[in-house]
Design a protein around this ligand. Structure first.
Ligand code: HEM
Length: 195
């Protein structure tokens, strides 16, 4: 699903820079997630949530350990666990530890941007899930208002020009988060192909 709406105010602000730098990674991830699970059936949607939980658990732990409070998005794994419980599934094993080496300028901001920005995509996935599931599938995660609130607060911080060191660090971290998610999606895809 292509990104395109919600264009930021200026072309050289940090958000534009992050979006442009990670556009290819986002497209790859989008395709890998559709291939690994998608959300066309209740079983697909369950696998989608399992993948999301596995990938997000170590990212949330990293942010808890390395990000200042203002850059710590609300944890979403408890919401995913609640959705999975309603679907009759346990919480899956987490993906391997997420790390980007020594934490530097911009890293927390870049990681927070990816997790918070994904709430925009979730909003459009939520509409599809609601339609396909006839409104019966649990959507605590996809409908998370707290993350959208965090996103709105983060916008004022990223819709402005950033120092090169901050922009560079944020881009490195965002790239690492996308790579982490992609690895989890590709593993899930491989497991699905073998089943
Ligand atoms: C299942 C696959 C996914 C689909 C279909 C999807 C779809 C989208 C869409 C439609 C947008 C643009 C929304 C808008 O501007 O209103 C978007 C933005 C974004 N998504 Fe995704 N997404 C997916 C997975 C992910 C994942 C797993 C992450 C993060 C781990 C992610 C991170 C982002 C980010 C950072 C943005 C941009 C935020 C900004 O505009 O600054 N997406 N996505």
């Amino acid at each position: 699903m292509a990104r395109g709406k919600h264009q930021p105010a200026s072309d050289d602000d940090l958000r534009s820079h992050l979006r442009a730098s990670t556009m290819a990674a986002h497209d790859l991830l989008d395709h890998a997630m559709q291939a690994a699970s998608g959300w066309q059936s209740r079983e697909d949607y369950t696998r989608f949530l399992e993948l999301q939980h596995a990938a997000r658990a170590p990212l949330e732990d990293w942010l808890d350990a390395h990000a200042p409070e203002a850059l710590r998005p609300p944890r979403q794994t408890p919401l995913i666990a609640r959705d999975l419980a309603e679907l009759g599934r346990p919480v899956p094993a987490p993906a391997p530890l997420f790390t980007i080496g020594r934490t530097g300028t911009g890293h927390a901001l870049g990681a927070a941007w990816v997790l918070a920005g994904s709430a925009l995509g979730n909003r459009s996935i939520a509409k599809q899930v609601s339609r396909i599931g006839g409104g019966a599938w649990p959507m605590a995660f996809l409908g998370d208002a707290a993350m959208l609130g965090f996103w709105q607060a983060l916008r004022s911080r990223i819709e402005q020009h950033a120092r090169p060191s901050e922009a560079g660090g944020a881009t490195d971290a965002a790239t690492a988060v996308f790579a982490h998610f992609l690895a989890v999606a590709e593993n899930a895809q491989a497991a699905e192909a073998m089943s």
